[in-house]
Write a protein that binds this ligand. Structure first.
Ligand code: NAP
Length: 287
């Protein structure tokens, strides 16, 4: 039997075991997906144990995504640019690391019919989700990406990521990328007036974050027809930002398809098979 795991801490709330075990069972793959609780300090020992056990692969979640990069023998371009790994495939002791949030985002955008709006992008946030989305948008050929940061120190952390992205994409394929403050309402307003896709990748609006009833846009009156709005948050189903955008008549999408498809991409990397996403969506994501 092949063995797969989720590595990180805390992980008991994760939907990944239900998602992957259902997919294995549906496709008749003799495999199991379990939990391996490990913080950063325990990660090297946990990885040694998984290799000794000959685990076929594992997902990595907070706080271990960066540390896992250092323990891989090979990285995908997206993992190398973001310095973050959420999926490991164990090829006979040689570890291949990838990060699948960007692929999940792109598939969600494509299947949701938002692909045409991947031109002039406004990206709110600079955390793990934002970095994955930034790389995916740039690799997908966006013309312009304006990133809005909360804290100055977070803006500084984006600079090496943008540098690695520039090194990877030849200069002529590199979108125009700007970093602006989320607290400059006038810059946000001007940016949103010409944006084709607004993406929230901050925690603002997320259940349990303490600001579930808030929007990352202090003034949403600048939202105009022709802008699609994607929120990486999947709980609640419609954040305040999405509710406002919907009322303004804009097309909206929440983060649930991205969550499903990032898992499907891990599954494909491990098994070479397509996850039965309709069954998984219906049985695991019906909250
Ligand atoms: P993260 O790394 O902790 O980043 C959080 C981001 O939110 C940072 O840019 C942070 O800015 C910003 N932020 C936090 N509080 C803020 C506030 N009060 N005002 C403005 N900005 C604020 O988290 P993450 O992993 O990127 O996740 C971000 C969101 O995406 C979460 O809601 C998560 O549920 C969602 N997500 C969805 C998927 C999916 O598959 N759909 C995958 C990953 C994440 P500072 O650091 O500068 O404060």
């Amino acid at each position: 039997m092949q063995k797969y795991y989720l590595v990180g801490s805390p992980i008991s709330h994760s939907l990944s075991p239900a998602m992957h075990n259902l997919a294995f069972q549906t496709l008749g793959i003799d495999a199991s997906y379990g939990l391996c609780e490990a913080g950063i300090a325990e990660l090297p020992d946990a990885v040694d144990k998984l290799k000794r056990e000959n685990a076929s692969g594992w997902n990595v979640t907070m706080p271990d995504k960066q540390a896992m990069c250092e323990l891989c023998d090979e990285l995908s371009p997206a993992a190398s640019i973001s310095r973050s790994v959420n999926t490991v495939r164990n090829d006979n002791g040689r570890l291949y690391g990838d990060t699948t949030d960007g692929a999940g985002f792109l598939r969600a955008i494509r299947e949701g019919g938002f692909e045409d709006s991947m031109r002039d992008i406004t990206l709110l946030g600079t955390g793990g989700a934002a970095v994955s989305i930034l790389i995916a948008c740039a690799m997908h050929g966006a013309d312009r990406i304006t990133i809005f940061y909360n804290r100055e120190s977070s803006a500084e952390k984006m600079i090496p990521v943008i540098g690695r992205l520039r090194d990877y994409l030849a200069n002529d394929r590199m979108p125009e990328i700007k970093l602006e403050s989320l607290h400059d309402a006038e810059v946000i307003r001007r940016c949103i007036l010409h944006t084709s896709l607004l993406i929230n990748a901050t925690n603002v609006g997320m259940a349990g974050s303490g600001n579930e009833n808030a929007s990352p846009l202090s003034d949403a009156s600048c939202l105009r027809a022709g802008t699609d709005v994607f929120d990486a948050i999947y709980n609640p189903e419609k954040t305040v930002l999405l509710q406002t955008a919907e009322k303004a008549g804009l097309r909206i999408m929440n983060g649930l398809p991205m969550l499903l498809y990032q898992g499907a991409e891990s599954f494909r990397i491990w098994t070479g098979r397509e996850m039965p996403v309709d069954i998984v969506r219906e049985r695991v994501f019906s909250f």
